[in-house]
Design a protein around this ligand. Structure first.
Ligand code: ATP
Ligand code: MG
Length: 318
C-alpha cells in the first residue's frame, strides 16, 4: 500500500431486512435493520478490516442512516473524508425480503436519495491524489455523474503509477450496446485485476468457455483474474499461464448478500499488502463465506485475526 489507499466510488445505503421469507411487502411484516450496506461500502469495509489502507467516495444524508454507515466505516479504519453529507436528501435505503426460492424482493430508495449525489468534490479529488489503487464496480454505472468521476480518478491514479481493479457485477442485459458497453470496454482495457463471478467472465471476454475467455482477456492486457465460484471457491489466473484453484469454506448460508464484495475487498487488500495469490484467495474465500453465515450485508466482514480464526476452524467444501 506504499503508494496510497485503495479507493472505491459508489453508493452507501442502509438495508432493512424482512425476518420471514415470502413475497414482497404488501402487508405488515417483521423487519430488522438498519444495516450498513451498498456494494462499494461492503468492499471497502472488508478491505479496511483486513488492514488494507482504504477510502470511499460516496454521499449520505444528514440522518442516522448516514451516520450509522460513516461511523461504521470509520471504526473499521476506512478513510471517510470523501463521504459528503447532503443537507437535502436522505441516505439511500433498500428493503429486502428473501422469497422461498432464494430470490429477493426489494423496495429501493436510491435514485432520489443522497446516494445518487456523488460528485467530484475537493475531498474526493484530494483522496484520488493520494490513492494507490482504484476499484471500480459495475453498480457505479447506474449512478449519474459517476462515470466522469471514474475517468478523473483513472487518470490521476494511473498517472501516479497506481493500479486498477474491476468487478463487472453487471448482468448481461444491463450492459446494452451504447455508452455502458463503451465504458465497460474501457475499464477492461485499463484493469490490472478483474474480479468476475460466473458468466461475467464470458461477458467480459466476449467469448464462451473458461480457458478461451481467460486467454482473450490476457491478450487485451488484463494483468490478473480472480474468478469467484460461490460454493465452488475461487481461482486465480496469471498472465504467465498460472492457474490456482482454492476451495470454499463450509458454512451455513444465512444471507448471501455481500459475498462477492467481501471477497473482492479481501483479495485486493491482501494482494496490495504483498501476499501471494493462493494466500489472497484463501482470505477472500474466507471473507465471502464468513459474511454469508451472518445476517446483514457486511456484518460478517472480518479482521485479519477473525479470518485467521475462521480459516483454522472451518472445513473446506469438497
Ligand atoms: P454476490 O452474490 O454477492 O454478487 P458474487 O457472485 O460476486 O457474489 P460469489 O462467488 O457468490 O460472488 O461469492 C464470492 C466468494 O464467497 C466465493 O468465491 C466463495 O469463496 C464465498 N462464498 C459465497 N457463497 C458461499 C457459500 N454459500 N458457502 C461458502 N462460501 C461462499
Ligand atoms: Mg453469488
Amino acid at each position: 500500500d506504499a503508494l496510497g489507499p485503495t479507493v472505491v466510488i459508489g453508493e452507501i445505503l442502509v438495508e432493512i431486512m424482512a425476518l420471514t421469507r415470502g413475497n414482497g411487502f404488501l402487508e405488515p411484516i417483521e423487519l430488522v435493520g438498519p444495516y450498513a450496506s451498498g456494494a462499494p461500502a461492503i468492499f471497502i469495509d472488508q478491505c479496511a478490516r483486513l488492514g488494507g489502507a482504504a477510502g470511499i467516495v460516496a454521499s449520505v444524508g444528514d440522518d442516522d442512516f448516514g451516520r450509522l454507515n460513516v461511523e461504521r466505516l470509520r471504526a473499521d479504519g476506512a478513510d471517510v473524508s470523501a463521504i459528503s453529507v447532503s443537507p437535502d436528501f436522505p441516505t439511500g435505503s433498500a428493503f429486502v425480503r428473501y422469497r422461498e426460492d432464494g430470490s429477493r424482493d426489494f423496495v429501493f430508495n436510491i435514485g432520489k436519495s443522497a446516494a445518487a449525489l456523488i460528485g467530484l468534490t475537493d475531498a474526493a479529488k484530494a483522496l484520488f491524489e493520494r490513492a494507490g489503487h482504484l476499484h471500480v464496480m459495475g453498480t457505479a454505472f447506474a449512478i449519474p455523474g459517476a462515470w466522469e468521476m471514474i475517468e478523473h480518478a483513472l487518470g490521476v491514479i494511473k498517472g501516479r503509477g497506481g493500479s486498477v481493479s474491476f468487478d463487472p457485477n453487471l448482468r448481461k442485459e444491463l450492459l446494452g450496446q451504447g455508452q455502458t458497453q463503451a465504458r465497460f470496454q474501457r475499464l477492461l482495457d485499463l484493469a490490472d485485476l478483474l474480479l468476475p463471478s460466473g458468466d461475467e467472465l464470458f461477458v467480459a471476454a466476449g467469448v464462451e468457455g473458461e480457458e478461451a475467455a481467460v486467454a482473450a482477456l490476457f491478450r487485451r492486457g488484463i494483468g490478473e483474474i480472480a474468478l469467484k465460484r460461490g460454493e465452488k471457491g475461487s481461482s486465480f489466473f496469471g498472465g504467465d499461464g498460472t492457474r490456482i484453484d482454492r476451495l470454499a469454506f463450509a458454512v451455513t448460508e444465512v444471507d448471501p448478500t455481500g459475498a462477492g464484495d467481501c471477497f473482492g475487498g479481501a483479495y485486493v487488500a491482501c494482494r496490495r499488502l504483498g501476499m501471494a495469490p493462493a494466500e489472497a484467495l484463501d482470505y477472500a474465500n474466507a471473507a465471502g463465506a464468513r459474511n454469508v453465515s451472518v445476517r446483514g450485508p457486511m456484518e460478517g466482514a472480518g479482521t485479519r485475526a477473525e479470518l485467521d480464526a475462521f480459516i483454522a476452524a472451518t472445513p473446506r467444501l469438497p
